[in-house]
Design a protein around this ligand. Sequence first.
Ligand code: PHB
Length: 416
Amino acid sequence: MPELQTDVAIVGAGPAGLMLAHLLHNAGIDSVVVDNRSHDDIAHTHRAGILEAASVRMLAADGIDSRVLSEGHRHDGIDIRIDGISHPLDFPTLVGESVWLYPQNEIFVDLAAARARTSRPTFFSVADTRLGDIDTAHPWVRATTAGGEDLHVGARYVVGADGSRGPCRGMIPAETRQKFFHEYPFAWFGILCEAPPSHEVLIYSRSERGFALISQRSDTVQRMYFQTPPDTDVADWSDDRIWAELQARVAGPDGFELRTGPIIDKTVLPFRSAVHEPMQHGSLFLAGDSAHTVPPTGAKGLNLAFADVSVLAPALIAAFRDSDAEALAGYSRTAAARVWKAQNFSYQMTRMLHSDPGQDAFEARRSLGELTSMLESVHGRRYLAECYTGWPETSPSTTDRPAPEQTAGRSPERKA
Ligand code: PHB
């Protein structure tokens, strides 16, 4: 039976777990990573594709060699369409930042390769993952390896980066754990298609038929979504019907037309907001989806997971290097402050852009008033741009973003 002793046992080899493992490794701190999914499962799961500049800066850490700068695309804005009228937001002008389009599964591939180069263990395809003694300084993680052996990892700390269905969150005692939950009365129908991009930037469209998002993946593959009832069956949606619906939701007096092509993937995505607090107990710390889920409208899921890691990694490093556990003690409070900003933005974008089948006519018009008052004010546009590109730092206190002139040029440069 493999018995391993490490500094940090990380449950979950998605982007959050592997990014943490990498930052710790760079600081000379050892980790063992386990995941019940296979490498290929994670590499082929389609998730969102927008990275805040701060997330890109994290991927630029020593030794990751991410292709984000060479193969990703910098996006300097988004287009918000209301009943066919375009309202472009230019992020560099508004807040001196940009975002990057680079799919989450590619980030995983980059991070998994970086991890493999460290020769430290990552166990994919494990079963029956358990953890224990999190109230002590000797917590452990056990699992059955892909080869059927018992794996026992002893550690000083355990990090649960194991998604919304993993075992870690449930280890925080029920009497200290609070769950905040919001359900939305719709889902997203997502497609991948073989077509060129329809526009330079992503289009978020509010229309009488409901919301649509025209996103991208590469020069030849595009990702698009439209709001749909949660009980939608993909089998009811032929390619022709999907294209007609998407086109109807973006059509306008400018004659804008989507570039279409064969649809290679169709999925209905659930839509909910959840936060579990505290994000820590004893020697256990949660990061990413294991502690919070956001609706995809604000593209915050992965960025929040990285933001958690950007707080947790230095806190763990201080605890190991300087025996200073103060930052670690405040981890949940610091990370949750940003989580709630992202929940608010995702909720707000969702409410402003979707039509709720159960809502009264007053609410439908009010949410349109909210959206137009944001878009017609430079303060509102700057607010949306700041939320979308990501708040400058993760801190429980409110700090002002530096003026655009000061931040211009902070975005990672794209490699030629
Ligand atoms: C995506 O490309 O999958 C995507 C982009 C932006 C969002 C949500 C999803 O807000």
